[in-house]
Design a protein around this ligand. Structure first.
Ligand SMILES: [Zn+2]
Length: 250
């Protein structure tokens, strides 16, 4: 985590046709709706929870607007994995756990700088629940993260100590997954960190921009997109996906 882009903003989570398409989408330009999810693809839905949407303890502006987008594109994916921020009371990422500190301050922990947040997504509470309007019933795995009291985890793949794996990379490879399509909250924290770690694990990674929303603190969103671009993460829109012939029919 201490080598990640977002910590700089913490003071406040003969070319082939295919190569040509990849080059266009990598730079955020429009491309034909020709990216077709297949059996080698997974839709990763990051932290689409009550806590991060309107009325939640750490609401991302307009966060709930991604749900209809995820529901629509989700029908094209046979493989869907959800993540859930899932903290015990007194978690190290909470400002309330550090006397004299307030939300969006930072502290230095053994694994690096930690942004402090309001208490959020506490295990077993309604606030930590998945959005009830999220409709991807074929999802086969929910990765809960941030449940170690003294370690945060923005990424779906690796906790903030950068040593503790969630096991997701191994799971996806065991199921023949090569392409990871990332959606959810928030673009510049848990989505970006999950996308970067998916690249580090060797997956082909797409972030579906209109299926995410950002916190955007002190330029963190632009930094996140820059880091993802440099890592080879492809930035696409849901309209770039060809959904009609997906493996799951509605
Ligand atoms: Zn959290």
């Amino acid at each position: 985590m201490n080598r990640r882009f977002f910590l700089k903003t913490a003071s406040l989570c003969g070319m082939t046709a295919a190569a040509g398409l990849a080059a266009r989408v990598a730079f955020g330009q429009s491309a034909p709706a020709s990216i077709e999810p297949g059996a080698d693809s997974v839709l990763l839905v990051v932290d689409t929870q009550n806590c991060f949407t309107s009325g939640g303890t750490l609401a991302v502006k307009d966060g709930e607007q991604i749900v209809p987008v995820i529901n629509r594109i989700g029908k094209a994916f046979a493989n869907v994995v959800l993540t859930q921020d899932w903290h015990p009371r007194g978690h190290v990422s909470f400002a309330s756990s550090h006397p004299g500190k307030k939300p969006f301050d930072t502290v230095h922990l053994s694994y690096g700088t930690q942004v402090l947040w309001p208490d959020h997504c506490i295990q077993g509470t309604e606030d930590a629940g998945l959005r009830q309007d999220l409709d991807v019933p074929q999802a086969q795995l929910i990765i809960r993260k941030g449940y170690h009291k003294n370690v945060d985890s923005y990424s779906a793949f690796m906790e903030a100590d950068r040593h503790t794996s969630t096991g997701l990379g191994v799971y996806l490879k065991a199921h023949g997954i090569r392409r990871v399509f990332v959606t959810g909250l928030a673009t510049d924290f848990c989505v970006a960190n999950s996308a970067l770690d998916a690249r580090a694990e060797g997956f082909d990674v797409y972030v579906i921009e209109d299926a995410t929303r950002a916190v955007d603190l002190n330029g963190s969103l632009a930094e996140a997109w820059d880091a993802m671009r440099r890592a080879g993460v492809k930035r696409i829109q849901s309209s770039d996906l060809r959904l009609v012939s997906g493996p799951v029919k509605s």
